[in-house]
Ligand binder design. Structure first.
Ligand code: ABN
Length: 177
């Protein structure tokens, strides 16, 4: 009688395999197993990606031609370092604005906060390169001295704005009182 049991079993299995839901599930199962074999699940090296991103960020903090350069934390304008000047000197043919505004940026080199004097370079039309709009610690326009969206060339003979420089002028110490 065992042969009869076997025959029934085979028949039942064949019917089950050809009924729509079962065969679809079986097919999906086969695809998943096939994919797992064909595409080996390798471990991802997220640590080196992270280290690389951190390295890039750190390099930018040292690069005077990127908005991430540490002294540019509150700069709003075209970087003079992309316009023939440097991070703290105006390009030839322009003159520094008579009025400046002051920000405070933390240096990643020693962890200290520095007073940064932002001056506009005036007398030539806009440079148009390396536009940055960083606003750390900026205040609304009614406090002009700490607002950075102002053409500081207004106080010069020529009010034409060219670019902006950032010079470290002191260390910002916290009051002891
Ligand atoms: N201080 C940079 C700047 C110049 C002109 C207009 C807006 C901001």
């Amino acid at each position: 009688m065992q042969w009869l049991d076997g025959l029934f079993e085979q028949g039942t299995r064949a019917v089950a395999q050809h009924s729509a839901r079962r065969s679809a599930l079986a097919r999906i199962g086969r695809v998943l197993v096939g994919a797992a074999v064909a595409l080996p699940v390798l471990p991802f090296d997220r640590v080196s990606n992270h280290a690389q991103a951190q390295g890039t960020r750190k390099a930018k903090r040292d690069d005077q031609e990127t908005c991430e350069y540490w002294r540019y934390c509150a700069i709003d304008g075209f970087l003079c370092s992309c316009c023939g000047g440097s991070e703290s000197t105006c390009p030839p043919g322009t003159e520094a604005s008579k009025v400046v505004w002051i920000g405070t940026c933390r240096s990643h080199l020693d962890g200290r906060d520095y007073l940064i004097s932002y001056a506009d370079c005036c007398g030539v039309t806009s440079c148009g390169r390396c536009l940055c709009n960083n606003n750390l610690g900026e205040r609304p326009a009614y406090r002009m001295g700490v607002h950075n969206d102002i053409n500081w060339c207004m106080g010069n003979k020529s009010a034409m704005y060219h670019c902006t420089v950032a010079a470290a002028v002191g260390i910002a110490e916290r009051g002891k009182g």
